[in-house]
Design a protein around this ligand. Structure first.
Ligand SMILES: *Cc1c(COP(=O)(O)O)cnc(C)c1O
Length: 365
């Protein structure tokens, strides 16, 4: 079986660095907000070019804390995509606000900017695009729409796109706030839960830092309502060790993505489109197929695991259906039937990619 993602090989390659980093934490014993937390934030600020990085407990928490920092609450609306992981809309609903779903582009699966303007109302408090599968959404155009309507804040859900390029800039540093995840299977993962918020706005950064520790501006001075949203020192140490190989891994992902593109094109298999001037980090490498269940079954028999991101758009999920019409994102509904992700990780070899493409062409046959 070819691994869908390969964290074991990555660990073997980084074992001394990871163990050293973990040992250091065990020795100094500052498990909460230890020195590795700020060290990681400084590294990620330099990497993305953002003025502020605030690490937090998960990608989900990053979205929640960002929305809280903006003051999103009951009666507010947040424009987002239905074709994403649940956390994107979930945090909006958790705060009593309403997710307003806009449909996606049929080729990139990212938010369709042309459909945003019609959904803006006086209650719109934020726009939250997702940089799906590791390719940045149309952030310039989204920022422009937001600016035209009284500077609506824009939150990039970059849980899948940390490390991706967008016209020479980095994902996470393209809008009011950027939120990423260090869930183990993301392009930059830790060994548990972790996440980070990025912003160039000093006040929002301060708000996020306070929210992360129960709204404290100083010890036991609770200026606002917050939560326990810190990232563990140990997890920050793991990410610091993984950064040593990250640039190489991104290069490999780009090479493997390009090889997939060329090989699948040869077989006439359609795939998620990639826009000029953007380097996807391929959190997922995703193709479009018909009769997906059968294709997945045949590939499994051939030793090739696949996955579906995502089988049901959020507006059609039981928990969210009442918030939105079931058929308001028809393109997302159709894509949900046809998307299928193939193995993708930095240690995938060229012959493995060739074999996957060949087996896929046979399965589609
Ligand atoms: C993974 C993911 C999240 C949530 O991140 P966690 O760290 O698992 O909480 C949010 N949005 C998207 C698009 C994701 O892929």
């Amino acid at each position: 079986m070819i691994p869908f993602i390969d964290l074991k090989t990555q660990y073997q390659a980084l074992k001394p660095q990871i163990q050293k980093r973990i040992d250091d934490v065990l020795e100094h014993g500052q498990y909460i907000m230890g020195p590795e937390v700020r060290e990681l934030e400084i590294r990620l600020e330099a990497y993305t070019g953002a003025r502020h990085c605030i690490t937090c407990a998960s990608g989900t928490e990053a979205l929640l804390m960002s929305l809280m920092a903006l003051g999103v609450g009951p009666g507010d609306e947040v424009i987002t995509t239905s074709f994403t992981f649940a956390a994107t809309a979930e945090m909006i609903v958790l705060l009593g606000a309403k997710p307003v779903f806009v449909d996606v582009e049929p080729d990139t699966c990212n938010l369709n900017v042309a459909a945003i303007e019609a959904k803006i109302t006086p209650r719109t408090r934020a726009i939250m695009p997702v940089s799906l599968y590791g390719q940045v959404a149309d952030m310039n155009e989204i920022n422009a729409v937001a600016a035209r309507h009284g500077n609506i804040p824009v939150i990039e859900d970059s849980a899948q796109s940390f490390g991706a390029d967008y016209e020479g800039r980095k994902s996470c540093n393209l809008s009011t706030l950027g939120c990423t995840s260090f869930f183990p299977s993301k392009p930059l993962g830790c060994y548990g839960d972790g996440g980070a918020i990025f912003t160039n706005d000093d006040e929002l950064a301060q708000a996020c830092r306070e929210i992360r520790v129960h709204g404290q501006s100083r010890r036991y001075v609770h200026t606002r309502v917050g939560l326990g949203g810190r990232m563990d020192t140990l997890q920050c140490a793991v990410v610091l060790a993984k950064l040593e190989r990250f640039e190489w891994e991104i290069e490999r992902r780009l090479e493997i993505g390009a090889l997939y593109n060329a090989t699948l094109d040869r077989f006439g298999i359609t795939r998620v489109a990639q826009r000029q001037g953007r380097n996807s980090v391929f959190a997922q490498y995703t193709v479009f197929v018909d009769a997906r269940d059968a294709v997945q079954g045949k590939l499994k028999e051939a030793g090739i695991p696949t996955a579906v991101h995502y089988p049901i758009p959020l507006n059609m999920q039981p928990a969210y259906a009442h918030l939105c019409c079931a058929d308001c994102t028809p393109i997302a509904a159709e894509l949900a039937q046809r998307v299928m992700s193939l193995p993708m990780h930095a240690d995938l070899s060229a012959p493995e990619v060739e074999r996957i493409a060949l087996e896929l062409s046979k399965a589609i046959g």
